[in-house]
Ligand binder design. Structure first.
Ligand code: SF4
Length: 377
């Protein structure tokens, strides 16, 4: 018998449950992909229980895209995908390794790539939204993303593939001479891709190891710095499973970051920095307004390294009251005759009579900060 649901069910609860069972979601040992924020890596390393569920839909979509594209790379090019690397302190899953011809020749024929690399390349696939795409094209991988992949490459160079079931032949290769790192960014909205490559650098790998060492040597997560500015200011924090542990529960009406100021001395310091930053931004904002005015009316197109396009400028929609009245009358419905507040206000003002007002306890004006120089006595 087929059981019919009354309403179409959402697939997201199933997707979240399946994602939570993945080994990577359950690991408490520090993983290379956990090295995005020092404080968060500390919470994981100390086995703290996550305090926040977080919105996982984008991450789950990213995982599914990864699985599809990496499976295609394995089937078509014979790349080594989704393999574990680890040592005593850290572990990770490398998205893809494109072996050079010499290293590949040491594997059984069926495991050799059809498309070997000039030099062994560790590849990491990153899915991004259109919103983040301009940043990807301009700046490439972030420091945290580079650190993560250098950790993978360094583990491969020093330890090789982990000795675990399913990759024993690869583990027998021993340390693998990685020569290159590659990021493959995928726009999950339109499929655009962008590749960024860099040579393996022992200095950068040492820097990444040092970062991990700092996290490992902290006695508690609270000793470690927050790598991001917090909820509301960083998407990483907004989706962090330790958001509440890290920032506490903000006082009603206050931003979480306000907990960083404890006394008037810290308030004085923050205020001085606020004034300094505002002063620095002023000439830049003026220059930006001037440049915007110069560009007004320019044709859309590619100019040097930048693409110019325009948005907005469309007529805005407004309620068509006459149309609504006509629809009501046609349907035989009574047209509501509410007082016309705008017309009454205009008439009272024209007659010089103050318009009566009352405070609405439900609505508040937005809070603005005002800082001015102190008067010297
Ligand atoms: S909330 Fe932000 S700063 Fe705190 S641990 Fe998470 S990512 Fe790091």
């Amino acid at each position: 018998m087929t059981i019919m649901a009354e309403h179409p069910v959402s697939l997201w609860p199933a997707a979240h449950a399946a994602d939570a069972r993945r080994p990577r979601s359950q690991q408490t040992k520090i993983g290379a992909s956990d090295t995005v924020c020092a404080r968060r890596a500390g919470y994981l390393l100390h086995g703290r229980t996550p305090t926040d569920g977080g919105e996982m839909r984008k991450a789950i979509l990213g995982t599914w895209l990864h699985a599809g594209i990496l499976a295609a790379a394995r089937e078509e090019y014979g790349w080594v995908i989704e393999r574990r690397v680890e040592d005593d302190t850290i572990r990770g899953h490398i998205d893809a390794v494109q072996l050079d011809a010499h290293t590949a020749s040491r594997l059984p024929k069926r495991l050799r790539p059809s498309l070997p690399a000039e030099e062994t390349t560790v590849e990491d696939v990153k899915t991004k939204s259109t919103y983040q795409w301009d940043n990807v094209l301009r700046h490439g991988a972030s420091d945290a993303e580079i650190r993560q992949v250098f950790l993978y490459a360094d583990l491969l160079r020093t330890e090789g593939f982990a000795h675990i079931q399913g990759q024993r032949q690869l583990a027998r290769l021993g340390p693998v001479p990685v020569g290159r790192i590659r990021f493959r960014f995928l726009n999950r909205d339109n499929g655009d891709d962008h590749v960024q490559e860099m040579a393996y650098s022992a200095d950068r790998a040492r820097g990444a190891r040092w970062w991990v060492q700092q996290v490992r040597s902290a006695e508690s997560p609270e000793e470690l710095p927050r790598s991001f500015p917090g909820p509301g200011l960083s998407a990483v924090c907004d989706n962090c499973p330790f958001k509440t542990a890290c920032w506490g529960s903000a006082l009603a009406g206050r931003r979480p970051q306000s907990m960083l100021i404890h006394d008037d001395a810290e308030r004085e310091e923050a205020l001085a920095q606020y004034v300094e930053v505002t002063e620095q931004m002023k000439p830049l904002k003026e220059r930006q307004r001037f440049l915007r005015a110069q560009l007004d009316g320019s044709e859309e197109g590619v100019y040097g390294d930048n693409v110019l396009s325009w948005s907005g400028g469309n007529p805005t929609k407004t309620d068509d009251v006459e149309g609504m009245v006509a629809l009501y009358e046609r349907a035989g419905l009574q047209v509501p005759m509410a007082p016309d507040a705008a017309a009454m206000k205009a008439q009272l003002k024209a007659a010089g009579v103050p318009v009566p007002v009352r405070l609405d306890p439900e609505r508040r004006t937005s809070v603005s900060i005002n800082v001015s120089a102190r008067k010297t006595p």
